[in-house]
Design a binder for this molecule. Structure first.
Ligand code: GAR
Length: 220
């Protein structure tokens, strides 16, 4: 394998890129993957700057320059393939992907989502968790399947919602946990410990996961 055996990872982003940063930091500390390119659908995404600072190619593919999802994704796929990744990570990539695109990367694409899936797929997860008077909330890393935020979950981080907490502080606390679980899942994948089984479940260390791995945040 090229690159001294390290897994080649392409990250898709739309915004701040703090999860991307966590992945780049982890990669720099010697795990078995490297981020070989960052692609944003938004030219103003802060994550592009993070990539440039780390010396990683930062590409913009603005969806507004395309007539629809299919032509956009054809170009996106071509751009991704130029970097020959073994894994694609969605790190705050806020575009819905077509089934054809997702199926092409089946078992080779992970996403992080700010809720305890299957709860609160889609947007505004923190406010929705508060509105539903949930006592716990968190984040999930899952393999991407055509069902939006519906793919098999590998790992979750869970915290207790504080009484009177607002969506902004909750989002911040969840994000800090995202930065722990995403590098962990990508590291497992890179080490060959994690894969998507033919049964549709994640397999970790040769066993199907009957439930996601759950990390509980320290109380408080
Ligand atoms: C993260 O909270 C991520 O879970 C969420 O967007 C944020 C991106 O932050 N993703 C989704 O909602 C995808 N459905 P970041 O750009 O700082 O990593």
């Amino acid at each position: 394998m090229p690159d001294g055996g390290r897994l080649r990872v392409v990250a898709l982003i739309s915004g701040s890129g703090s999860n991307l940063q966590a992945l780049m930091d982890d990669a720099a500390h010697g795990q078995r993957f490297e981020i070989v390119a960052v692609i944003s659908n938004r030219p103003d995404a802060l994550g592009l700057e993070r990539a440039r600072r780390a010396g990683i190619p930062a590409e913009v593919l603005d969806h507004r320059d395309f007539a629809g999802r299919e032509p956009y994704e054809a170009e996106l796929r071509a751009l991704i393939e130029r970097y020959a990744p073994g894994l694609v990570v969605l790190a705050g990539f806020m575009r819905i992907l077509t089934p054809a695109f997702v199926v092409h990367y089946a078992g080779r694409m992970l996403n992080i989502h700010p809720s305890l899936l299957p709860k609160f797929r889609g947007l505004h997860t923190h406010q929705r968790a508060l509105d539903a008077e949930e006592r716990e909330h968190g984040a999930s890393v899952h393999f991407v399947t055509p069902e939006l935020d519906g793919g098999p979950v590998v790992i979750q981080a869970r915290l207790a919602i504080h009484p009177g907490e607002d969506a902004a502080t909750l989002a911040q606390r969840v994000l800090a946990l995202e930065h722990i679980i995403y590098p962990r899942a990508v590291g497992w994948f890179a080490q060959g410990r994690l894969r998507l089984g033919a049964d549709g479940r994640p397999w970790l260390d040769g066993e199907p996961l009957m439930a996601p791995i759950v990390i509980d945040a320290a109380a408080g």
